[in-house]
Ligand binder design. Structure first.
Ligand SMILES: *Cc1c(COP(=O)(O)O)cnc(C)c1O
Length: 365
């Protein structure tokens, strides 16, 4: 028998992170017996009539949920977003060309570092002067830039571009790392020529990237691209160029199915907004806690905040632990607290956390 009960934990982990419990239930059955085949999902070939429909459904669900046009292809590729930091410039940027970057935190910094291996980088705006507590909204992108790269949600600092139309008027191709907010809110995904997201936040299990690419921007660099790194080969092969991370892709497919059954991105966007509202309203009502990020740039996915007094910080973390709240501690590079409220996190978890914050503030106030 498959054990499906477990103790109740509120999971605020930043990634890998919470996924829908329906996905865990279905996946646990598939590990034992996938689609009544008598085989585990872990022991089937990727070019079989059992797995191919999984890849096809994952790709078509992503296409449908994001309402992509026919120029855009969906791929599920090995590695994490960090692999895309190099794969993107390898495919798009010639050595003598410039890629423009919005520098908004740790992850965009890492993307910049890798792009420099392939061509020139121009940082058109940076949040560094404000210690990344707000987003730098005035910038100019030269028409000669091959593309502009942005990070839609800054997972570590807890900021998020709320108005993406700022970028739509740049008139250069847009590349976006959407690892930590993809499928969490509606946007015009077709405005982007390349989108990538490590799956382990909103899409599924670690080990796979979801990549959306406008095929018209490919084939324009003159370097030799290794076979497995060339997006065109993956498009050609229907995202089955070599053995994909079969189980990770399966989890993505189940999560995409879950999102579709829920009503799609518009529905989850409302739920995410309600969670963020509850959280930030509580935060702002309690002087003990201070948000790290300018209000207008606050992320609905990852909220960061501090308590000025270090011993109280520890006390609050201990209390969270005792109450079954996981992942409240801030990123090792920035300290304080961070709570991630991804698609699969129920509002009940935010309610439980905000109740705890209120109770804690009362005893310390
Ligand atoms: C988590 C994250 C990454 C890194 O993903 P890996 O899969 O660990 O490579 C990159 N960018 C953003 C915005 C992230 O949130």
């Amino acid at each position: 028998m498959v054990q499906t009960t477990r103790s109740l934990v509120h999971n605020f982990n930043a990634g890998p992170s919470i996924l829908p419990k329906e996905v865990f239930a279905e996946a646990s059955r598939a590990i034992i017996d996938f689609n009544n085949s008598g085989l585990s999902i872990l022991e089937i070939g990727h070019r079989t009539s059992l797995f191919q429909p999984v890849m096809e459904e994952a790709r078509s669900l992503a296409r449908e949920l994001m309402q992509l046009d026919n120029d855009h292809e969906v791929l599920f590729l090995h590695g994490g977003a960090s692999t895309q930091f190099m794969q993107v410039p390898m495919n798009l940027l010639n050595e003598n060309e410039i890629a423009a970057f919005a520098d908004t935190g740790v992850w965009s910094g890492k993307a910049i570092k890798e792009a420099k291996l392939f061509g020139h980088v121009e940082i058109v705006c940076s949040g560094a002067e404000n210690q990344y507590t707000s987003l730098p909204k005035s910038f100019h992108v030269a028409a000669t830039a091959k593309y502009l790269h942005l990070t839609t949600n800054n997972t570590i600092y807890g900021s998020q571009w709320q108005d993406l139309s700022l970028f739509y008027s740049c008139n250069v191709p847009l590349v976006a790392d959407m690892s930590s907010d993809i499928l969490s809110r509606e946007m015009d995904f077709n405005k982007f020529d390349l989108i990538y997201a490590g799956a382990q936040k909103n899409v599924g299990a670690a080990g796979v990237n979801m990549v959306v690419v406008n095929k018209n921007i490919l084939g324009k660099v003159n370097r030799v691209i290794p076979t497995i790194m060339d997006y065109r080969n993956h498009i050609e092969a229907g995202s089955l160029l070599n053995t994909p991370p079969v189980f990770a892709v399966y989890i993505c497919m189940l999560t995409l199915r879950w999102l579709k059954n829920l009503g799609g991105i518009a529905v989850i966007e409302k739920a995410n907004a309600a969670k963020a509202k509850l959280f930030y309203e509580t935060l702002d009502s309690l002087p003990l806690f201070t948000g790290r990020v300018a209000r207008e740039d606050r992320s609905k996915m990852n909220a960061t905040f501090v308590i000025e007094n270090a011993s109280l910080e520890k006390e609050f973390l201990d209390l969270c632990k005792k109450e079954g709240m996981v992942g409240v501690k801030g990123h090792r590079s920035s300290g304080g607290f961070r709570v991630s409220m991804y698609n699969a996190l129920p509002i009940e978890s935010v309610q439980a956390l905000t109740d705890l914050m209120r109770q804690f503030a009362k005893t310390k106030g």
